[in-house]
Design a binder for this molecule. Structure first.
Ligand code: ZN
Length: 335
């Protein structure tokens, strides 16, 4: 990690005895870093593929698994969905992740989201063997991606609560150490007195350290349970209902405000720090209709019903959803 980190990739590959790396990247991230890595490693066109937006689905992954059969390393260069593709493609070889933005918390978790037309499902892939974070690349990421990543980390405040709740009811296995880790991540985001708002190297190390801790908690527990509670159910339900143009962390931002309210935690402080970070805190800011938000909150228990959260306890109906969403300001109070 640091300035000029990309330049060290050839040496890292050499150290691992890698002979035939294959680069997976996206249409925007190809020029941010992937082309440079390709020329540093003197690779030809056949050693790189560009995955278009919204194309990371099960069919594409199957096709790419054949393409990379003879390669000994996958280098995933991009945002969350490209890194997730790398976790599956690199499962039986060396895997290097080169994030171009810190827009979600799954960087070093073995779990990845693969999409179908209207659904996201979680599957197990590989934790990167190598993580290369180039400061020049990551610090130039758009503010919107930073805000989404921050919201995904702040959401540990509610995922932690839900996990503890499920354990108290005797419904799910609990690991107090992993729980303490994710709670610390949520707390450090909520205080607001941290380097995220400095827009420099400190911001990057703040995000990376919290992403590492979150990933470690999923590894310790063996599932995404520590980092994904009711706020992720709401976010995934929103995604099912409206899959276009929104970032995972933006959906999680609205989910977290609702969950913290239901959990009687400090949702106002969370909304305040999310707003300051530039994340959406209203349906209008996210560009979705009131009706869709109401539908998502009142039907979020359809997502991962095996995970017990505050949503299962409070049984939020449509009328409750309207009240809650107005109370927390996600919907306009006079609408
Ligand atoms: Zn998330």
């Amino acid at each position: 990690m640091g300035k000029g980190a990309l330049e060290r990739i050839p040496l890292l590959c050499e150290d691992m005895g890698v002979k035939r790396p294959f680069i997976v990247t996206g249409p925007r991230t190809i020029n941010l870093a992937a082309q440079k890595i390709k020329s540093l490693l003197s690779l030809d066109e056949r050693s790189m593929t560009v995955i278009g937006h919204g194309q990371v689905n099960a069919m594409l992954i199957q096709r790419l698994l054949k393409t990379v059969e003879s390669n000994d390393m996958i280098i995933a260069v991009g945002g969350g969905r490209i890194i997730d593709a790398g976790k599956v493609l690199g499962a039986n070889k060396h895997f290097m992740a080169v994030p171009t933005a810190l827009s979600n918390d799954g960087l070093v978790s073995p779990f990845c989201s693969i999409r179908t037309n209207d659904h996201v499902y979680s599957m197990r892939g590989k934790v990167p063997d190598l993580l290369v974070i180039d400061a020049d690349v990551v610090l130039s990421a758009p503010e919107r991606l930073w805000a989404a990543g921050f919201a995904d980390l702040l959401s540990k405040k509610s995922s932690h609560y839900d996990w503890r709740l499920a354990a108290e009811r005797g419904l799910e296995k609990f690991d107090p150490y992993a729980a303490d880790f994710v709670e610390a991540v949520g707390d450090s985001c909520l205080t607001g007195h941290h380097p995220f708002f400095t827009h420099g190297i400190g911001r990057m190390t703040f995000m990376v350290s919290n992403i590492l801790i979150s990933g470690l908690a999923t590894l310790m527990h063996g599932s995404t349970r520590p980092v994904s509670g009711s706020e992720h159910k709401i976010a995934h339900r929103l995604y099912q209902l409206n899959p276009d143009g929104v970032l995972h962390g933006e959906l999680v931002a609205l989910g977290t405000i609702c969950s913290l309210y239901l959990q009687e935690q400090d949702w106002e402080a969370a909304a305040g720090v999310l707003k300051r970070a530039g994340a959406p805190i209203t349906a209008a800011e996210l560009g979705i209709s009131d009706d869709l938000m109401i539908e998502a909150l009142s039907t979020a228990t359809k997502i991962r019903p095996e995970r017990h959260t505050v949503l299962e306890e409070r049984k939020v109906g449509r009328r409750d959803a309207v009240q809650i969403l107005k109370r927390v300001g996600i919907l306009r109070r006079n609408s």
